[in-house]
Write a protein that binds this ligand. Structure first.
Ligand SMILES: [Zn+2]
Length: 123
């Protein structure tokens, strides 16, 4: 992702889109998506944790840097949102080893492949 040209600009035209002070409860559509995310996270965890993957790395929408989220934190954050609780945006990740984290897309592909193998086993 290219760096935000307004990153250090106090007049960032998008800054009003970031309501940090006030928590906005998820919409019904977002709740459906969150439930889907939660079951995906649990599936990914069951597939990847035994292989040494500790969680998911994703680009932070606020600072546009890669942040790493352990499986527990992913589940906790999604559950918090479903309970109408705000979540901390920045997770402590100072001693994180990026090798232990994969992208969401990687997980989706991995789960697809694992599912395909699962199906083939019964043919
Ligand atoms: Zn960030």
């Amino acid at each position: 992702m290219p760096p935000d040209p307004f990153a250090n600009d106090p007049n960032d035209p998008a800054s009003f889109l970031e309501p940090d002070e006030e928590f906005v409860p998820p919409t019904p559509e977002e709740i459906v998506a969150l439930h889907e995310d939660l079951s995906n996270v649990r599936l990914f965890r069951s597939l990847l944790e035994p292989r040494g993957i500790r969680g998911i790395g994703m680009v932070c929408e606020d600072c546009e840097e890669l942040h790493f989220y352990d499986w527990e934190i992913m589940e906790y954050n999604i559950t918090s949102l479903l309970n109408n609780q705000a979540i901390p945006v920045h997770e402590p990740g100072a001693k994180t080893n990026p090798d232990h984290y994969v992208s969401w897309d990687y997980c989706l592909g991995y789960a697809d492949a694992a599912g395909a193998m699962e199906t083939r086993r019964w043919l």
